[in-house]
Design a protein around this ligand. Structure first.
Ligand code: SF4
Length: 635
């Protein structure tokens, strides 16, 4: 009997309409565990290098993990992987919500999708049975309507649906996938891959219980965890104010990205007042599966002009900053509307907001004019134009069609120095965290194989001094020495090597960052107890960290095969300049030479050569000897 996992991986070919269930051995589950590690295994084994992201040969993989689906707290996430149409690299994104646990309870650990349907379809998975169903009537519908129609057709309101809106259907290169209308697999265009396969949705329903070895231990840890939620400021703050509650603090500290990163700090701080937001917009808080924290926001607006539907949840930190200070917009009603539209159409809110801010910056600089923008006056702060442009991107209409390619491709077409205004890492628009005040995150922006992402490691302030939560709680994986958030020396590189591996493990196992150390209230000891109580493996941090390191090496090799090199491990030039405006005015520039040296040091720590190619010894050590020939071909 297997514990924690089903032993079933579903393969679906949308071209031939064939399905097949694979039953890997326990050793496979122990070596790859789920998420990105499992997905990369199939991507490297079954995809040829330089596969077009929109071709039938691109694999679209949905993977849960060996521990998702029990009632253990804040362990509910799943991963989607494919080659990214935005970056051309390994694409990857994790989402919370309810879909991952439901897939496990429906009898599958992962779904590997290949091929391309001629007509729109959706997958219907229930208790081990799989059907490919016609989705012609759903194509073109917003996510809310499509989800309702699927539930009506299948006559079950408890079905969980992961789906795309018109952003994915129209192959916007940063389209995402959403489940429960407000939990996103965002960033690198995996919704567009789904659209290219004419796959509107995957609906799942399961009645099976996940077998675990020690249910009593899981209950004991879960009860103790739930007791602490309202006592600990980390979880209480998230529950009371969500991630949007952090914005004003960042602004007052002097680093909030503003007007396409030309300023650090937004003069309209009152606009981000969390008390006003909670009073005026917040209708309720929601949670993901089996999480007592409940950090998700639900907003509603109807001011006669703008109506925001509460079924699409509400803005998180990133969305509120990209459509707020980054575009120079000081009206939360418009930010809530932008957030709703991104959920309706499945557009990544970071890439959409950053791309619009980039276009506004080009307009302000005279690089583009109203002749280029379909008559839109794209000045910073023009909130009506911001929403109009968002709609145009989703519909690939006029100027929106150019921006739907992502800001880097748009800049290349626009020319005239537009590229100088880009804020991207591996063609992916950067998130709303200024790495001049947290340099370790800068390393992660540069090194992330799936493009710059704020979820690639814990952030530096959790290790700032000896009393910081991360420094105090993470001795079990060798982290106990504080490092200044702005340090970029060897100590920082060592810290972030460990954090990168640890965070990758979270992605593999489906663990929410907000629930466990260093960002949450669950301890390392409790987490290991949970993993062992579910699987019965008597595993260790050593074994688990090796699983994660394996995935990092596989991602690197996938990208090397696609032509990426050490030259792609960069971050935007703006971070080598001082912050402008705000409390930190004229300070903060990262020394480029120091940063590049840190990147090379990191390669060494990972067992990679100067060009970031994993050494043969490292691959053997990680049990990846099956990739040695692949690496030799790259060299
Ligand atoms: S902390 Fe928030 S995002 Fe994480 S599982 Fe709980 S509700 Fe979901």
């Amino acid at each position: 009997m297997s514990y924690g996992y089903n032993g079933n991986i579903l393969h679906v070919n949308l071209s031939t309409k064939e399905t097949l269930v694979e039953h890997p051995e326990e050793g496979f589950y122990r070596k790859y565990c789920g998420g990105r590690a499992l997905a990369l295994y199939y991507m490297l084994k079954e995809m040829k290098p330089n596969t077009n992201a929109f071709s039938p040969e691109n694999l679209l993989i949905f993977a849960t993990s060996v521990i998702v689906g029990t009632r253990a707290p804040a362990i509910n996430r799943y991963t989607v992987c494919a080659k990214s149409p935005l970056t051309g690299a390994q694409g990857e994104s994790e989402a919370g919500g309810f879909w991952g646990p439901e897939l496990k309870m429906a009898g599958f650990d992962a779904i590997i999708i290949r091929g391309c349907s001629e007509k729109p379809v959706y997958l219907w998975i229930k208790d081990g049975q799989v059907e490919i169903k016609d989705a012609s009537k759903l194509w073109g519908k917003d996510t809310g309507e499509a989800q309702s129609l699927i539930r009506q057709e299948l006559d079950d309101s408890r079905i969980r649906v992961a789906l795309i809106g018109k952003g994915g259907e129209n192959l916007v290169r940063f389209a995402n996938i959403v489940n429960e209308l407000s939990h996103f697999n965002g960033r690198n265009g995996l919704g567009a891959v789904m659209g290219s396969k004419k796959l509107k949705a995957i609906a799942v329903r399961g009645n099976n219980k996940i077998n675990v070895v020690d249910p009593e231990k899981i209950k004991e840890v879960t009860r103790a965890y739930a007791k602490r939620v309202m006592e600990n400021p980390l979880s209480k703050g998230l529950r009371d104010n969500g991630t949007i509650g952090f914005i004003s603090g960042g602004n007052q500290e002097g680093w909030l990205p503003t007007r396409n990163w030309t300023q650090a700090g937004f003069e309209k701080d009152e606009h981000y007042n969390i008390k006003t937001f909670n009073k005026k917009y917040l209708k309720k808080v929601e949670s993901c599966y089996a999480c007592p924290i409940a950090c998700k926001r639900v907003v509603e607006v109807d001011d006669g002009k703008i109506r925001v539907d509460r079924m699409y949840g509400g803005p998180e930190y990133e969305t509120a900053v990209t459509f707020g200070s980054l575009c120079g917009v000081d009206d939360l009603t418009y930010i809530c509307k932008a957030s709703e539209l991104c959920a309706r159409y499945t557009l990544d809110s970071i890439s959409t907001g950053v791309t619009i801010a980039f276009a506004m910056h080009c307009f302000e600089k005279g690089i583009i004019s109203q002749e280029d923008t379909d008559g839109l006056e794209l000045k910073f702060g023009n909130k009506e134009e911001m929403l109009t442009l968002l709609e145009k991107i989703a519909n690939r209409e006029g100027f929106g069609n150019l921006l739907a390619e992502g800001s880097q491709r748009a800049a290349q077409k626009i020319g005239k120095d537009a590229e100088k205004l880009l804020r991207v890492g591996k063609k992916q628009e950067i998130p709303m965290h200024d790495v001049r005040v947290k340099t370790g995150l800068g390393l992660q922006y540069a090194l992330a194989d799936y493009g710059a992402d704020h979820m690639k490691a814990a952030h530096d302030p959790f290790f700032a001094n000896k009393d910081s939560w991360g420094t105090k709680e993470m001795g079990g994986i060798g982290i106990y020495e504080p490092v200044s958030p702005t340090d970029i020396g060897e100590k920082k590189v060592i810290l972030f090597k460990k954090l990168d591996i640890y965070w990758s493990l979270f992605d593999i196992l489906g663990i929410c960052y907000f629930g466990w150390v260093p960002r949450g209230i669950g301890s390392l000891e409790e987490l290991l107890d949970i993993i062992n109580s579910i699987t019965g493996w008597r595993t260790s941090w050593y074994e688990l960290m090796q699983v994660a390191e394996r995935s990092i090496n596989m991602a690197r090799i996938f990208n090397l095969r696609e032509g990426f090199t050490d030259k792609n491990d960069t971050m935007p030039e703006v971070f080598y300049e001082n912050l402008k405006g705000g409390k930190l005015d004229n300070t903060g520039a990262i020394d480029k030479e120091d940063f590049e040296k840190a990147i090379k040091t990191r390669y060494g720590l990972m067992g990679w050569d100067e060009k970031s190619i994993p050494t043969k010894g490292k691959l053997i050590d990680l049990g990846l000897d099956w990739l040695i020939e692949e690496v030799e071909r790259i060299e």
